[in-house]
Design a protein around this ligand. Structure first.
Ligand SMILES: O=C(O)CCC(=O)C(=O)O
Ligand SMILES: [Fe+2]
Length: 183
């Protein structure tokens, strides 16, 4: 089983910058978790849902193509739909934005069907300190490349975390692909 799969230049630098600007202009929600209730010790981030943002249809098209290709080449999961809006998260140093160890599979009917997670680095690596995304599988913890525009895909059941941002701010774009239970 593959721990995670990086895809370089999933989005161009110009596209990443554009998404960050659109997200900045939108009203944010405090990060909720897959289970109802908010635990700021577990996650501190500002969230916007891409479906709520203007002129972002191309984003979903790109994400679908990326997931399709990686799934065909590597994971071979039975995926059926993208039932949730992609999200853009901002982790800021002003409150040590972070996300502790978690799996993306949750209790709600939608979160329970998550099978593949894709996360794209929208910020330049020099824009922040800390903020590394780490994925724990097969007894190894792997760090996602920091390069702007690089995406990583991993099974949604894999434990992962975002280390606290200690300087600057980090933006990421996350989407989940859904399907029937593993069997
Ligand atoms: O921002 C990230 O790098 C990861 C986001 C994440 O794990 C999530 O939204 O479930
Ligand atoms: Fe996650």
């Amino acid at each position: 089983m593959i721990a995670f799969h990086p895809v370089e230049a999933a989005f161009s630098a110009v596209e990443c910058a554009q998404l960050v600007e659109i997200a900045r202009a939108a009203p944010t929600r405090d990060a909720g978790l897959v289970r109802a209730g908010r635990d700021h010790n577990l996650r501190r981030a500002d969230l916007v849902w891409v479906d709520d943002l203007p002129e972002t249809d191309w984003v979903m098209d790109r994400l679908i193509a990326l997931v399709r290709e990686a799934n065909r080449a590597l994971f071979d999961f039975d995926l059926q739909d993208f039932g949730e809006s992609p999200q853009i998260a901002r982790y800021g140093a002003e409150r040590e934005g972070h996300f502790g160890w978690h799996s993306d599979i949750g209790d709600s009917p939608l979160a329970a069907r998550r099978k593949l997670t894709l996360v794209t680095q929208l910020s330049e690596d020099v824009a922040y300190k800390g903020g590394t995304l780490e994925v724990w599988m097969n007894a190894n913890v792997s760090t996602a490349p920091l390069k702007q525009g690089t995406a990583v895909l991993f099974p949604s059941f894999a434990l992962h975390r975002v280390q606290p941002v200690t300087q600057g701010e980090r933006f990421s774009l996350t989407v989940w692909a859904h399907g029937p239970a593993f069997r």
